[in-house]
Design a protein around this ligand. Structure first.
Ligand SMILES: Cc1cc2nc3c(=O)[nH]c(=O)nc-3n(C[C@H](O)[C@H](O)[C@H](O)COP(=O)(O)O)c2cc1C
Length: 225
């Protein structure tokens, strides 16, 4: 997968990342892309490549929306990320962005939140060309066997449909649960937040995670899969 198709899509200038420190490609990789600063993909054939980013969240009671707003604030100033309620998008809409941060709570014992569920049902007809990072909300005490399942279910589907993942994975050691579909090789496939049992940890978790994904995105070798 490549982000190069960015240049072929309609531009939404107000929704691109903040741009700074642009410099042309040089060095041993000899072509393609390099990450100059978060969200900036330097030049391809002399054309400046920019990433457009959205944080798309689903929520029933507002917890995920609150965390989403914190993440968007924390991402500034390097990233200007559009905040989008999942109920406003359909699966084919997703490719208008180059980076998606997807926020999803688990509901109904291991199920997707309903807005995301509608998008999920249509994803099989969409080939994605974007980078994805996930965060999830759950309750590790009341739902020990399905903790954060929705984050994992959605993540796997997005990657299956072509999204590039492996961004923002986090350790499980500050969570206590029996089972989770959100685990990939022993780590959560994104940021796991528990507003019911560990609300005091949310702020620091968000801060640390945003710093992590800024770093990981900056290091992304865009153009490799
Ligand atoms: C009926 C019900 C079912 C839930 N099922 C799960 C679950 O299976 N796994 C989990 O981790 N959390 C589960 N939760 C907890 C929610 O994910 C949690 O409260 C979350 O913060 C809600 O986010 P929201 O306010 O954005 O909707 C459930 C909560 C309720 C009320």
């Amino acid at each position: 997968m490549s982000l190069s198709t960015v240049s072929g899509r309609p531009r939404r200038v107000s929704r691109i990342f903040t741009v700074y420190s642009l410099r042309p490609l040089s060095g041993a990789d000899g072509g393609g892309y390099t990450a100059v600063s978060p969200g900036v993909r330097a030049y391809e054939n002399g054309v400046k490549i920019l990433m457009r980013a959205a944080l798309i969240y689903g929520t029933l009671l507002g917890n995920t929306e609150n965390v989403a707003e914190s993440i968007v604030e924390e991402l500034k100033p390097e990233f200007e990320v559009e905040l989008v309620d999942v109920c406003q998008v359909t699966a084919p809409d997703l490719n208008q962005w180059d980076l998606l941060i997807c926020g999803i709570p688990t509901w109904d014992i291991g199920q997707l939140e309903y807005g995301w569920s509608d998008v999920y049902d249509d994803l099989d007809s969409v080939d994605l060309d974007l980078v994805v990072a996930m965060f999830g909300l759950g309750d590790q005490n009341a739902y020990r066997d399905t903790y954060q399942d929705a984050m994992g279910i959605l993540y796997r589907k997005l990657v299956e449909r072509g999204a590039r993942g492996n961004i923002g994975f986090t350790p499980t050691d500050t969570h206590e649960f029996e089972a989770s579909d959100a685990l990939v090789e022993g780590r959560f496939c994104g940021l796991a937040i528990d507003e019911e049992q560990q609300p005091d940890l949310t702020e620091s978790r968000v801060t640390e995670w945003v710093a992590q994904i800024k770093q990981e995105l900056a290091e992304l070798q865009v153009g490799s899969s």
